[in-house]
Design a protein around this ligand. Structure first.
Ligand code: HEC
Length: 181
């Protein structure tokens, strides 16, 4: 079971990042490559934390996400770069992200066929980049419609305001976002 989860995770991560041209509604003023590049270590570290946790069981993986995910984002947010994950259905209310992310997230929700990354120029002249996060089968252990009772209990204890359940495979789970010079 553990091995299956890990395989599913790896497959999900590999299949998870689609690239394409930006939608017409949002003007893409800079190429998306830089934002995508900055996200590489963020995704890798998150995946490593989840895989290490899942090797010990979903309860340990919840602790890994709970303790390590915010730390990973903080560690990579240096030298004028900030990275994070946000969602319309947050588990951790601290993951709301900067204001400029909200309309871009809403645009993905309004057109669920659009999975293209977007790069925008922010008010202060810096760049912002977002990319959809799609729910993969292995994510549903902790974000699906039905959670195992021990997992549900642990999540409820850590995140009393949790909204991040009820997802199905292929749903928009949220976005990765990046700010850079
Ligand atoms: C073992 C349980 C578990 C699994 C499996 C899991 N997550 Fe999470 N997820 C969490 C926890 C716990 C948090 C809260 C982390 C924090 O406090 O920042 C979280 C947070 C998130 C967030 C940040 C936004 C928010 O709601 O706070 C996103 C996006 C996310 N998960 C997507 C995914 C995706 C995509 C997958 C599958 C590749 C996945 N998760 C698999 C437990 C899990």
């Amino acid at each position: 079971m553990k091995n299956l989860l890990i395989l599913a995770l790896l497959a999900g991560v590999l299949a998870g990042c689609s690239q394409g041209s930006p939608p017409a509604a949002v003007e893409a003023e800079r190429p998306p490559e830089r934002g995508a590049e900055i996200l590489v270590p963020f995704k890798q570290d998150l995946k490593a934390a989840l895989v290490a946790g899942l090797a010990e069981g979903p309860a340990a993986a919840i602790s890994a996400c709970n303790v390590e995910a915010p730390g990973i984002a903080a560690e990579l947010s240096v030298n004028g770069v900030r990275v994070g994950r946000s969602s319309h259905k947050l588990r951790n209310p601290a993951n709301g992200g900067p204001d400029w992310v909200t309309p871009l997230l809403d645009a993905y929700l309004a057109d669920t066929s659009n999975r293209s990354p977007v790069t925008v120029t922010l008010d202060d002249g810096r760049s912002g980049y977002v990319e959809p996060i799609i729910a993969q089968p292995m994510c549903l252990t902790c974000h699906g419609e039905v959670l195992a009772p021990d997992i549900a209990e642990r999540i409820a204890a850590l995140y009393p305001e949790d909204q991040a359940t009820g997802f199905a495979e292929g749903d928009l789970r949220g976005v990765f976002w990046v700010e850079y010079e």
